[in-house]
Write a protein that binds this ligand. Sequence first.
Ligand code: ATP
Length: 435
Amino acid sequence: MGVDLMEKIFSLCKRRGFVFLSSEIYGGLANSWDYGPYGVELKNNIKRAWWKSIVYERDDIFGIDASIIMHPDVWKASGHTDNFFDLKSDCKSCKKRFKIEELNDKSKCPECGGPLTEARPFNLMFKTQWGALEDESGIVYLRPETAQGIFVNFLNILNTKHPRLPFGLAQIGKAFRNEITPGNFIFRTREFEQMEVEYFVRPAEAEKYFNYWVENRFNWYINLGIKKENLRKRPHSKEELAHYAVSCTDIEYKFPFGWAELEGIANRSDFDLKRHAQFSRKELTFFDDTTKERFYPYIIEPSGGVDRSFLAFLIDAYFEEKVKDDIRVVLKLHKSLAPVKIAVFPLLKNRSNLVELAKNIASDLKKSFFTLYDDTAAIGKLYRRQDEIGTPYCITVDVKSLEDKKVTVRHRDTMMQERIGFDSLKEYLRTKFED
Ligand code: ATP
């Protein structure tokens, strides 16, 4: 059933233009994906919903957008040069590469049964060259996480925003990891996007804010429609903690292939600021003007993946429903996430006055909502197409519309239909999207 659902999601994504294999005309780059016309909308809507909840609706978090390639010393300070390794083993017969922690029998290839090489550390950072010099001095990395771009801007924010504690910095951007075993569609890839907050707090308040962020982020997914039974919090055991973390809880989603991490919330202590102060020789403490104390704030980090939440939102919204003798596939996405908000159709495509009226209504609605006009199929088929991409409202213009100046609004989830006057249509839809 799980495998079956992944297949269905995969095929829907390709068929309807959510996600395509990267460089497909060249046979594709394995486990690398491009987002198509509806995929980019869903992705942008996820990022917008996150930014709204994290930056716009609060006074204590500021947004930034740092570069992907940073000074190489950043990765020495962060510990990535020394610690960002996975242990891997290669099969001597079929040459496939495996992550040691994923192998049950660490001496035999799980695919062909051949002998494995000794486990060797493999740094997950992508190396590249900065400028024309082909020597060691030009080696830089594509960032494996967006977090470090925030830490190195801590001082800039202190000097420009003069914030009081607690305060946070938020960033959405690409990250790169040379994963040994990418897979499960867009769940684990080598190029992906993260949404991260670094929240600076007084050390004594770190656990309080850690718990606060676990709840806050858990509820964000629930408020955007993820079913509660498909989401859980999983605290890390002491052995599992990353080198910088005091505590960490993952928010996991019940994917068709099992429970897996959507987002991690970590108490990173004062590790990052202390290390950057040591390596950069800059003063990165915070001076509290109420208590006259100077100290390194602790950092609470909610770190989520855009692509993983994309997959979870799609899976959670996917329904197959029996309608008469037919099966309708419908994505019951939250309205704020739906790629297309409204679709407008003329009931009869060969009646030019209906076509013109429908096109006029669509172009007026486009000013406020992402709206599509479509007359390329019969009405039943047009509805099904929009159901499959999760469009919350379809508007049909029929012959009667010419007389009573009303259209039929059809609701995606209930398939309920109602007649709404031209004059009140925009206001009606606006209130629906504000719900
Ligand atoms: P995992 O254990 O699954 O490798 P992680 O614990 O290494 O993940 P973090 O370093 O906590 O991941 O990164 C924060 C978030 O970034 C993850 O919760 C996930 O949503 C996203 N992420 C991390 N690695 C990948 C990847 N290879 N592909 C897609 N998203 C990723």
